[in-house]
Design a protein around this ligand. Structure first.
Ligand SMILES: [Zn+2]
Length: 298
């Protein structure tokens, strides 16, 4: 029985590689890549023909992994793009913030989209959040997102990486939960994460405006629910979601035109006509503003 952290981390790196996920070393005890940055490239070794970043240097080759992890107790980074993975990163709010944690927000989003919470390979992160691993759809090349799906709900694909199970930082350990393999990315999540080709900025792009944090979080979450709605429920979902945000307009927390523009983008991005969206949003907001109770009673 050995307590050498190098052997535990080597095992973690080899396990990820066995699943077909290319790994690279992170500085011991941190989440930062251990490889040199481009501006410090010595132009030797693997970089002899030009600098290679971690995404290109990540490997599933057991010999290279053994060589790297025998020198220092590196944490393990998984390059999600080359691994063919899309990882949903559910974070926890910083101390003192009243933002709901990403796990709660994601569950609510699944519920609103009338979809089950996906059963897949999961890792509990050092900060108490969760990573949900999915295999990327054939031929899709998704990038990273931050807050597109909801507050504290990010995603990592091409251009991103995640800290693998078995790694440890100051705040705690990354641990696999259960023994599921990575499930295919559900279609509705793919729809939410796909960049919209028709609208610059994407259907969920929100204008940079003032509005209370809660109002903007609600608007973002409800627009994501519209983007994830099943075909036959697009319009009713738009109606329900716009209605939910209407009270923030009634309370003066966010300008009405901001809410209208955001839902218009989400509705059209989901395939409704501009006229349908306008009519549904107007009637939902009118009704919601009329029925809004004072904030203290809500
Ligand atoms: Zn280099």
């Amino acid at each position: 029985m050995t307590h050498d952290p190098r052997s535990a981390l080597l095992r973690a790196a080899l396990e990820a590689a066995e699943r077909g996920w290319p790994v690279f070393p992170l500085r011991p005890g941190t989440k930062r890549p251990a490889l040199h940055r481009e501006d410090r490239c010595p132009a030797t070794g693997p970089c002899a023909a030009g600098h290679l970043k971690w995404e290109q240097r990540a490997t599933t080759d057991p010999a290279r992994i053994r060589a790297a992890w025998s020198s220092r107790p590196f944490n393990v980074g998984i390059a999600t793009g080359p691994a063919g993975l899309v990882v949903i990163d559910l974070d926890r709010p910083k101390n003192g913030s009243d933002t709901p944690c990403g796990v709660t927000t994601f569950r609510a989003l699944c519920e609103r989209a009338a979809q089950p919470v996906p059963d897949t390979y999961r890792v509990r992160t050092a900060s108490g959040g969760e990573h949900l691993y999915f295999t990327a759809p054939e031929g899709a090349r998704l990038g990273n997102t931050a807050g597109t799906i909801g507050e504290l709900v990010d995603s990592r694909a091409w251009g991103g990486y995640v800290v693998a199970a078995g790694s440890t930082t100051d705040t705690g350990a990354y641990e696999a939960v259960g023994d599921r393999g990575a499930a295919p990315l559900p279609e509705w999540l793919h729809t939410v994460l796909k960049p919209a080709p028709t609208r610059p900025g994407g259907p969920l792009g929100l204008p940079a405006v003032d509005g209370s944090r809660a109002a903007l979080a609600a608007l973002r979450a409800e627009c994501a629910a519209v983007a994830a709605s099943p075909d036959k429920q697009r319009n009713t979902t738009l109606n329900r979601c716009a209605f939910k945000v209407g009270r923030f307009v009634a309370w003066g927390d966010i300008p009405r035109h901001v809410v209208e523009e955001a839902f218009q983008g989400a509705g059209e991005g989901r395939g409704l006509t501009a006229a349908e969206c306008r009519a549904t949003i107007r009637s939902a907001l009118d009704s919601s503003i009329r029925k809004a109770r004072p904030r203290e009673a809500a």
